[in-house]
Design a protein around this ligand. Structure first.
Ligand code: SF4
Ligand code: ZN
Length: 291
């Protein structure tokens, strides 16, 4: 297969976009993709000071590298969660990444707050990840605010967003809208804006980019990570319907207002997503009830 742009040997066939590209053209294409989503969804502004949360995994390493490439003013933050060898390996990786990109790295240790995730594991068992999420969000937000950052950027991918949504819908749980949006504005002065510049990008696309550019990352997995069942389902759908995940998140964004603006009907007072609820509009259109 040949690269569609330059005719050299293609290394990747991107089914979601229907093109094959060589190493060099792939990197350019990938960087443009991220740039385009940041601009289109106003995820980050060039004058903002960004704190990029890195874990050593391919997704956050790719994010840091692309932010550097796009000229953002940013520093990195690594949180040592105290998960044995996994945390040690991750820390070595982010230190290499910091050197490779020539970007400052801040390291904070959960232990300094009195516990580690391995200790939390003994008490919380199956809920370890929710506890870990709470700890990470708390530390990221507090550090960013106290050090004058405008935005915290995380490496969530399109699969993270889709699997989060599907898992919640399937489990009948409330959807936390903020987890689906590429940018969350603070609703309190103690909260720092959150951004997901990679929200339209897939894990496979990140993997190709870090491999081509030799960007430091680790394949080590957290020993407490749950089975990636939902992600496997998404890969399978993606295999059969290339472009599914990207279309899915774009569709979610288009529905964002439905999720966000829960209001009350000005006629009957019931929950509504507009001034007058659908039922009152229905009644007025067919019955003898007039608005
Ligand atoms: Fe934390 Fe590991 Fe769960 Fe990730 S997989 S949230 S690092 S405990
Ligand atoms: Zn090419």
């Amino acid at each position: 297969m040949k690269c569609k742009k330059c005719g050299k040997k293609a290394i990747a066939h991107l089914k979601a976009y229907g093109i094959a590209l060589c190493e060099e053209c792939y990197s350019d294409f990938y960087i443009r993709l991220v740039k385009r989503s940041i601009k289109r969804y106003r995820i980050m502004k060039k004058n903002e000071r960004v704190l990029a949360a890195v874990s050593g995994g391919k997704d956050s390493s790719a994010m840091a590298a692309v932010l550097k490439e796009l000229g953002y003013d940013f520093e990195m933050l690594y949180i040592d969660l105290g998960i044995g060898e996994y945390s040690e390996e991750s820390e070595r990786t982010v230190k290499n990444l910091s050197e490779f990109l020539d970007v400052d790295l801040n390291i904070l240790r959960l232990k300094e707050y009195g516990f580690t995730i391995s200790e939390l594991r003994r008490k919380w068992r199956r809920k370890t990840c929710s506890g870990c999420g709470i700890a990470k969000r708390y530390i990221m937000n507090r550090f960013a605010r106290e050090n004058g950052f405008d935005v915290v950027a995380t490496g969530h991918t399109v699969e993270d967003i889709v699997s989060f949504y599907l898992k919640n819908v399937a489990g009948g749980t409330k959807i936390w809208v903020e987890k689906l949006l590429p940018r969350n504005e603070p609703f309190d002065e103690k909260i720092v804006t959150r951004a997901k510049p990679m929200f339209e990008i897939s894990e496979k696309e990140n993997m190709l980019f870090v491999l081509i550019r030799n960007i430091p990352f680790t394949m080590a997995d957290c020993p407490y990570a749950p089975k990636p069942e939902w992600k496997e389902i998404i890969y399978e759908i993606e295999r059969r319907k290339p472009g599914f995940s990207k279309n899915f998140v774009r569709g979610l964004l288009a529905k964002k207002h439905e999720f966000q603006e829960i209001r009350h009907c000005s006629v009957c007072g019931e929950i509504s997503n507009s001034d007058i609820c659908a039922f009152c509009r229905l009644r007025s259109s067919v019955g003898d009830f007039h608005l």
